[in-house]
Design a protein around this ligand. Sequence first.
Ligand code: SF4
Length: 235
Amino acid sequence: MKAMKKEPSEKPLLSKSTAPLLEEVHRRLAPVWPDAHPLLHYHNCFELLIAVILSAQTTDEQVNAVTGELFTRFPTAKKLAEADIAEVERIIHPVGFFHVKARHIIDTAKALEAKFGGDIPPTLEAMLELPGVGRKTANLVASACHEVPGIIVDTHVLRVLVRLGVCPKKDAALAESIVRANLSQEKHTQFSYSVNRHGKFTCTARNPACTPLGRGSLGHGCPLDDLCPKIGVKR
Ligand code: SF4
């Protein structure tokens, strides 16, 4: 049975307190982390889509360690669609869940060939129909390849939004809906990347640098200290 892909909430989520908080978070983090691009290595949109599918439940660094060989061996959707799954599994083994991920990327390549001439789909909705593609992947690829605003809620972004009290629980679809309702569209992509970097390097899972002074893994302190209720952070 096909897995359900959770849709963002349809409830009205515009909030008098959340909108100015998100604007302020964006205003403070965007200059610290201005690079609004994936940390995954890729040369075209096909490679980006495959790399993002592989990045579920692992790090960008792990994915980058395998995609060089993968894309040399299978440089197009057509080549990957015709791949021997055992060879794909061998190459992507280090990223974890390699049986299901190998099946997903081969099936995705087949769908790209059959429906889109080997290109990535033109819309977010069409991308969501591909195997292994959820809202994070679709938003990321659509924003990077079609230059449409994308709210990319990965594990880092979700953790930061929960700690800030923006999202009441670890629910990526809810977080996406709240950001969509409370932050102007042209800021969505930059917001996603700067909050991602903030979560990856400063507001880390185990040891968040909750101080304006430098203590994060890249020497950044937290510029949100005075705004943040630090929900769930052990002190
Ligand atoms: S104050 Fe701490 S919990 Fe809040 S955003 Fe900064 S690092 Fe994260």
